[in-house]
Design a protein around this ligand. Structure first.
Ligand SMILES: [Zn+2]
Ligand SMILES: [Zn+2]
Ligand SMILES: [Zn+2]
Length: 322
């Protein structure tokens, strides 16, 4: 069972997942490109369904699946205990890492990716995320659900087969608390609705735009070709969003990733879905960050949290939409 430990310097929780421990040699090999070990079966390929725990959901035409959700075999968060914080002396604060850790298999095709999903399939991937968020929201002990897709070794993927993860955790993480504070600080109606209006008006950083979804390279991009996918209809929680808008975001992500690949190349990236915490009060507008891993974080960024972006977002969006 994993443990949460509080970093008293930052006030942020760290998860120590000892069962996932790797020997030093394995840590070094994580630097190498993702490739299946020869002879090792891929647990996410059709026909190998027994290699994963029994599925929680599956989506696809009768009897077959296009998208599956299964429990993670090595969960970083597990169990239904509420967050019980223990103080061991003045500086050691810990808690059990209870919660949910699930895998979202995005396609039966081992060599595919979100960039290649057709409209219907991209919609199914989003429907799966929406359904799991709804399930997590019903659990009293899950405060926030982070959905992610890591593509490529530089982005942290450990298996080649296209997949995402859903982590239901027992606290509101620092990153989300900061974004919530940003929404609260903004004196207008909604921060992201206002950003959409302003970006459409400026028209320097718009990558894709239809009546349901907007993709921009944000004004404040911290990484080259960083993109933000925003549903045009204001909604606080992903799971409360109308199906047509949820599906449109799936297509928007697909189109943005396809542009990234055709204009920049087949780079590693992270998709980060940000929605308001469950049982939440206050302003928010859910959205998806696309963060290409074209550069790595160096000491300055690590030490200060201040990003240095060597490609201006205006330049990036012009290149992507040219
Ligand atoms: Zn596979
Ligand atoms: Zn809004
Ligand atoms: Zn965000």
């Amino acid at each position: 069972m994993s443990q949460l430990r509080l970093n008293p310097l930052t006030g942020r929780w760290v998860t120590v997942a000892a069962e996932r421990a790797a020997r030093p040699g394995e840590l070094i090999s994580r630097q190498l490109p993702v490739e299946s070990e020869p002879g090792r079966i891929c647990p996410f390929c059709p026909g190998n369904e027994e290699a994963t725990p029994p599925e929680l959901e599956s989506y696809g035409p009768n009897g077959t699946w296009l998208v599956r959700v299964v429990p993670n075999l090595f969960p970083a968060f597990e169990g239904n205990d509420p967050l019980r914080v223990q103080n061991l002396g003045p500086v050691f604060t810990q808690a059990m890492a209870s919660g949910v850790h699930e895998v979202l298999v995005l396609s039966p095709d081992h060599a595919s990716s979100w960039a290649e999903l057709d409209d219907k399939h991209a919609g199914l991937a989003m429907a799966a995320i929406r359904d799991r968020m709804e399930d997590h929201a019903r659990r009293a002990t899950v405060r926030y659900t982070q959905a992610i897709v890591n593509m490529g070794r530089e982005a942290g993927a450990s298996l080649e087969h296209p997949h995402g993860q859903l982590l239901g955790i027992p606290f509101v993480p620092g990153e989300i608390a900061e974004e919530e504070a940003g929404f609260r600080r903004f004196t207008g109606e909604c921060l992201l609705c206002t950003i959409m209006e302003a970006e459409l008006q400026a028209d320097h950083r718009v990558v894709l735009d239809d009546d349901r979804v907007l993709v921009i390279c944000p004004f404040w991009s911290g990484a080259p070709y960083e993109m933000l996918v925003i549903p045009r209809t204001h909604e606080v929680h992903l799971e409360d969003t109308a199906p047509a808008d949820v599906v449109a975001v799936g297509r928007g992500i697909r189109d943005a990733l396809a542009l990234l690949r055709s204009k920049v190349g087949d780079c590693a990236y992270n998709l980060v879905f940000h929605t308001a915490p469950h049982h939440h009060e206050g302003p928010f507008h859910w959205h998806v960050h696309i963060v290409p891993r074209l550069t790595s974080l160096a000491g300055f960024e690590q030490g200060t949290g201040v990003m240095i972006n060597i490609v201006a977002p205006e330049q990036a969006s012009r290149h992507l939409s040219s």
